[in-house]
Write a protein that binds this ligand. Structure first.
Ligand SMILES: [Cu+2]
Length: 479
């Protein structure tokens, strides 16, 4: 049976289940010679055009049309239904909303042209002539999500990793990253598009469990000097748990603690491990890199910064499995990669040439373990399977303030010096002497003009790597 759902009347799985019941169970044996049927819920009159449409469908294609009136006053007369159509009623149900309630789901709100509407899978859509169009999955900053949303995301990961229905595929999928770790996916050739593809596949898997899920991102740059201080690592059901402890570095608290959760077989099947150590580039530096290397021709420098200085460093500052080729088995992997992908998309959205730059469009070799060329993943809004993704910018004061500053203002902000590239990352990501030289060149652009010493910072400033007060001062000066 093929189901077609149109516009705001898209149907929840609960309703679909009811249809199955209605069509198949009430007419015994019908499954053997199934007929085409369209079921229309309506609480209003149908307009004339729609009636012609249904009549045509019925007469020309032999499709059976079943109308279900859900309002007390909805009768054959008001629906303008004629002889060829069937009409049924739902007793004691007066509105579509009530059907939703009855089935524990929600009927999407009325679609008014020009309005932004979220569909039943929480995709952000535009409403045009009663139809939901340009629907996009929205990925948000993890620590800005509500506690309930965070807990739900974590619960879905736990279902995928433990429920026999998903476990095998979940494990096989995460093992791919390890299997092909050294086949170019961590070199500039494939790094960004391959990981964008990987996040998408992971998200697709999680959405089989709960279609409202998207993979959040962790905006780690605002906690660059003390990553462990982030709300990412709280121990309730809405955090990823804290640092590893003891000589094993096993995580002993939170939803992924050793007692209740293990990493996949291919990663050894033991406890999740973490071993926080060191720091990575702060959010001023990240913003500066976006501005400093903003030209299409500077893509390679931007990629180098994002990839080596930022991505590699965060992996190894968290440590444990995150700093090994088993990194994908750590649940935070995808939130870290989500942020890297978001930063790439920030750089890309400057222009069409930025989105489809030659570095990738010129490549003619398929990416490892995929049926895709790098160019298939260049537009976040047009990913394989017609998936549109949108990153919602962080809403916090610091991010929003930095966003409003000029390049010169950003450069002048006092902050601590860039940390050295972690020695642990050098081996893991096969970083060569030539790479190190390239990094030195990029670093020379990004080192602060006005240097702060770490000892000068306390409280939140110590976590940030700069003084929040300096941001406020600069803001006031610029007004
Ligand atoms: Cu990777």
């Amino acid at each position: 049976m093929h189901r077609y759902t149109k516009g705001q009347s898209s149907l929840s799985s609960g309703l679909e289940y009811m249809f199955d019941d209605l069509i198949f169970n009430s007419t015994k044996g019908a499954r053997l010679n199934a007929r085409k049927a369209v079921i229309v819920f309506s609480e209003n009159q149908l307009d004339v055009d729609q009636k012609i449409y249904w009549d045509n469908l019925s007469n020309q294609l032999g499709v059976e049309i079943v109308f279900i009136g859900v309002q007390k006053q909805t009768g054959a007369q008001s629906l303008r239904v004629t002889g060829i159509l069937s009409l049924m009623y739902m007793e004691n149900v007066n509105t579509l909303k009530e059907i939703g309630k009855l089935l524990g789901t929600e009927i999407p709100p009325q679609c008014q042209t020009g309005k932004v509407v979220y569909d039943h899978c929480r995709r952000r859509c535009k409403c045009v002539n009663g139809k939901l169009v340009n629907c996009c999955r929205v990925r948000t900053q993890f620590t800005e999500m509500t506690e309930e949303e965070r807990a739900r995301y974590i619960q879905v990961i736990k279902t995928a990793s433990t429920n026999p229905l998903f476990k095998k595929r979940y494990e096989a999928f995460l093992t791919v990253h390890k299997t092909i770790f050294r086949t170019g996916i961590h070199q500039a050739t494939f790094f960004l598009p391959w990981h964008r593809w990987y996040i998408l596949q992971y998200e697709n898997l999680l959405r089989e469990i709960d279609c409202s899920i998207t993979v959040p991102y962790w905006e780690s740059a605002e906690e660059a000097n003390d990553a462990l201080a982030s709300d990412m690592w709280i121990t309730g059901d809405h955090g990823f748990g804290g640092n590893g402890t003891g000589s094993s570095s096993c995580v002993q608290d939170g939803p992924f603690r050793a007692e209740v959760w293990s990493v996949i077989e291919s990663a050894g099947g033991g406890c999740l491990t973490r071993n926080f150590n060191g720091r990575f580039p702060d959010c001023i530096t990240v913003m500066e890199a976006l501005l400093e290397f903003s030209n299409v021709s500077s893509f390679e420098d931007f990629e180098y910064f994002l990839h080596r200085e930022f991505h590699d460093a965060v992996h190894c500052v968290i440590g444990g499995q995150m700093c090994t080729d088993n990194s994908a088995s750590a649940p935070e992997f995808f939130l870290h990669h989500g942020f890297v992908d978001k930063l790439w998309s920030d750089w890309q959205r400057q222009s069409k040439e930025h989105t489809k730059n030659e570095h990738f469009t010129s490549q003619t070799v398929m990416m490892p373990a995929t049926n895709h060329l790098p160019k298939d993943l260049l537009n976040v809004r047009e990913q394989p399977g017609c998936v549109c993704v949108q990153y919602r910018d962080p809403g916090d004061e610091i991010y929003q303030t930095l966003l409003a500053f000029s390049k010169k203002q950003i450069e002048d902000l006092p902050r601590v010096q860039l940390p050295p590239y972690p020695a642990r990352a050098r081996k893991l990501f096969d970083v060569t002497e030539k790479d190190i030289q390239q990094m030195e060149k990029i670093r020379s652009f990004l080192q602060p003009v006005n240097v702060l010493r770490e000892e000068e910072l306390t409280g939140q400033d110590r976590i940030l790597g700069f003084k929040k007060e300096d941001l406020a001062k600069e803001w006031a000066r610029g007004m």
